[in-house]
Design a protein around this ligand. Structure first.
Ligand SMILES: [Zn+2]
Length: 295
């Protein structure tokens, strides 16, 4: 990844003003617009830097709507300066296995809840609902995350649902391309089909899966589908294998087990968004700026 180093980040953004100017440039590359009505003819407030007023959005006559550079972003109404947010974002984008709130807390000298909050807000910016359907050779697989119920004492079993109960995640990865993953409630054929049809273009060269029964309808939906039979020790048959999605799972699990130690089902989608985002932007030299623009 050709992203700047932490040193370069500090040099590029030595002050909060520099961060604010960067946010202006990335948020409104064609000039500042009113975030409420889109009016481009806003005027800057003379004595309040990085604040503007819109003459169209008036609550009362002669009371134009005023807004700042952070209005409507995740940076609005926080006590932490943009400089700190930028630093936390840089850490998340640069840590293959993610970065824990504990580590952020030590680094920025905040409380644990603040570090946790910042990390989660930034993860929230990494959702990509408008992804393009995967093409080429696509591997599809599911995996279980968390929940070591069998290691728990019998009376603790099932008492932790919603906290660390096992969750199932399904993913599709295009070789040398993007990954799409999400949490699913069960692994029945309808659920698996729905995911594949949402994530994978019907014109792909091949969908490779293991022999899980849920995938047996894919050919009926027009997909060219082949499977490897893990149950008989077959892991690769020519171009048919699921090695890439399995590598993605192992990175995700090392992150969740090694970095975060414990992820609740409730927040798992945020971590999935983070890992997916880092993977899909691994060759994007402007990942930092693109992320800031979407905050
Ligand atoms: Zn307006």
């Amino acid at each position: 990844m050709n992203m700047m180093t932490l040193r370069q980040l500090m040099d590029t953004f030595p002050t909060n003003e520099a961060c604010k100017q960067y946010l202006v440039d990335r948020r409104w590359p064609d000039g500042v617009k009113c975030p409420r009505c889109g009016n481009p003819k806003v005027y800057a407030l003379k004595f309040k830097p990085f604040h503007w007023a819109c003459g169209i959005c008036c609550k009362k006559p002669r009371q134009p709507y005023r807004f700042s550079v952070t209005v409507g972003t995740i940076f609005e109404n926080t006590n932490y300066p943009l400089k700190t947010w930028f630093e936390v974002l840089w850490q998340i984008l640069n840590s293959k296995k993610g970065v824990s709130a504990n580590q952020i807390m030590r680094q920025i000298g905040s409380s644990y809840p603040t570090a946790w909050y910042m990390c989660h807000r930034l993860r929230g910016c990494m959702y990509d609902p408008d992804f393009r359907k995967l093409m080429g050779i696509v591997e599809v697989d599911e995996t279980g995350i968390g929940g070591k119920d069998k290691n728990r004492h019998w009376d603790k079993k099932q008492h932790v649902t919603g906290l660390s109960g096992k969750a199932t995640v399904i993913g599709a990865i295009s070789r040398k391309g993007n990954v799409v993953c999400q949490m699913i409630e069960n692994t029945d054929a309808a659920t698996l089909d729905r995911f594949v049809r949402r994530a994978v273009n019907e014109k792909v060269d091949l969908v490779a899966t293991d022999e899980a029964l849920g995938y047996e309808h894919l050919t009926g939906f027009g997909y060219k589908h082949k499977r490897v039979r893990h149950s008989v020790g077959e892991y690769v048959r020519g171009e048919v294998h699921t090695n890439n999605i399995e590598n993605f799972w192992s990175l995700l699990k090392r992150g969740i087990v090694g970095t975060f130690h414990h992820v609740s089902k409730k927040y798992l989608p945020l971590y999935l968004a983070e890992f997916q985002y880092r993977h899909n932007n691994r060759n994007n030299p402007d990942i930092f700026g693109n992320t800031i623009a979407g905050c």
